[in-house]
Design a protein around this ligand. Structure first.
Ligand SMILES: *Cc1c(COP(=O)(O)O)cnc(C)c1O
Length: 395
């Protein structure tokens, strides 16, 4: 076992060596500009790009021409939300989203609000899930777009995207989902799930950083988006800029691997995740799991440890890479907006730890992480007068 143990796969995943192998030639002999139409250097690069576009499309049940390459899910989210707000400005000015979205959605919407867009931020239930009737009730005649993340990056809960997409479709509202955490981990199908726009990130699925994609539905309905980057007219004019060919090839390879390996991998992740959960629950009292267990990514566990500061715990387990509920905006120690949205107090948010399992974790690492966490929590609680009080009052 290698120390430190990496168990923070919601922040980023390591590059799969097979993805790296697929990318390697595109840093060397296949260096052409994919937009060069007059020679084989350009053609070979373009072939790599189009193969990757097909691989990404196949993973989500799309057609290749509906896939727009971007620099990542942050850009895809910006392009989807700003692009729709601009293209559909004459139709309406209202967008519906969830309080637990990633900052790449929330901050983009804040920006749009300054320009006159009205946004409804739906509260979530204690489970982290959005109530479908509340979702339905939020859609009005002036709603142009609903944007709800597929799976949450902190607590891993999977929203009922298929039903929300259906409700949006019935109301004639476009439906976008930030699927950065879901793609490659659980099956996603843009047709069955009634999705009009979907954001993907390469580095959350064992691909490279700095590459992503936006799926834009081309029929039933044909979705219009206004470009947010002007220039040479790449990507059907929706995202100008010379293509990151090696990154795109990497995203394609990562998609192909995910498509074939997802079923087995999901089972393995869930087994490791449950092993971690069972060990923590057996070893410690006063711990709480944040978010629904029965609608959760197979690789996620988010736990609050009562009477312990998350950041103190992180420092104690310094040979294990996980993150705390207050690490998201790590410049300031603000409790996680996601854990707070579950109705938990600041205290629980401050004591929450996110475990993100990944393709390269092992049972041995799970056991090590569980025992290190138990050891450090016990040590910290020994110093806690509040825990002492609680223990004695219970006895
Ligand atoms: C990581 C992440 C993003 C940002 O993706 P980048 O490719 O790093 O820009 C957006 N949304 C969610 C849910 C994420 O987990």
């Amino acid at each position: 076992m290698k120390i430190p143990v990496y168990m923070d796969n919601h922040a980023t995943t390591p590059l799969d060596p097979r993805v790296f192998d697929a990318m390697r030639p595109y840093f060397a002999e296949i260096f052409g500009n994919a937009a060069s139409r007059s020679h084989s250097f350009g053609w070979r690069a373009a072939d790599g790009v189009e193969k990757a576009r097909k691989q990404v499309a196949e993973l989500i049940g799309a057609s290749p021409k509906e896939v727009i390459f971007t620099s990542g899910a942050t850009e895809s989210n910006n392009l989807a939300l700003k692009g729709v707000a601009e293209a559909y400005a004459s139709r309406g000015d209202h967008i519906v989203t969830a309080a637990t979205e990633h900052k790449a959605i929330l901050d983009t919407l804040k920006h749009l609000e300054k320009g006159g867009i009205r946004v409804t931020y739906l509260a979530v239930e204690k489970s982290g899930l959005i109530d479908l009737e509340k979702f339905r009730g939020a859609l009005t005649d002036s709603t142009i777009l609903a944007s709800v993340m597929y799976a949450n990056n902190e607590i891993g809960v999977i929203q009922n995207i298929r039903e929300m997409g259906k409700i949006a479709k019935e109301r004639g509202v476009l439906f976008h989902t930030d699927a950065a955490q879901a793609i490659g981990k659980i099956p996603v199908d843009v047709a069955a799930d009634n999705i009009d726009l979907l954001s993907i990130s390469g580095h959350k699925m064992y691909g490279p950083k700095g590459i992503g994609a936006l799926y834009v539905r081309s029929r039933d309905p044909r979705v219009e988006i206004a470009a947010q980057m002007d220039g040479g007219g790449h990507e059907r004019g929706l995202r100008s800029g010379t293509l990151n060919v090696a990154g795109i090839v990497g995203l394609g390879a990562a998609s192909a691997i995910a498509k074939t390996e997802m079923p087995g991998e999901a089972k393995r992740m869930a087994a490791m995740r449950d092993r971690l959960k069972d060990r923590l629950l057996a070893g410690l009292d006063h711990i709480a799991i944040n978010g629904a267990m029965d609608a959760r990514l197979p690789n996620n566990l988010n736990v609050s440890f009562g009477f312990v500061e998350g950041d103190a715990l992180l420092m104690g387990i310094n040979d294990v890479a996980v993150s705390s509920g207050s690490a998201c905006t790590s410049a300031t120690i603000e409790p996680s907006h996601v854990i707070k949205a579950l109705g938990a107090g600041d205290e629980l948010a401050h004591s929450s730890i996110r475990f993100g399992l990944g393709r390269f974790n092992t049972d041995e690492e799970v056991d090590y992480v569980a025992s290190r966490v138990i050891e450090v929590v016990e040590k910290l609680r020994e110093l806690s007068p509040l825990y002492d009080l609680e223990k004695n009052s219970g006895a």
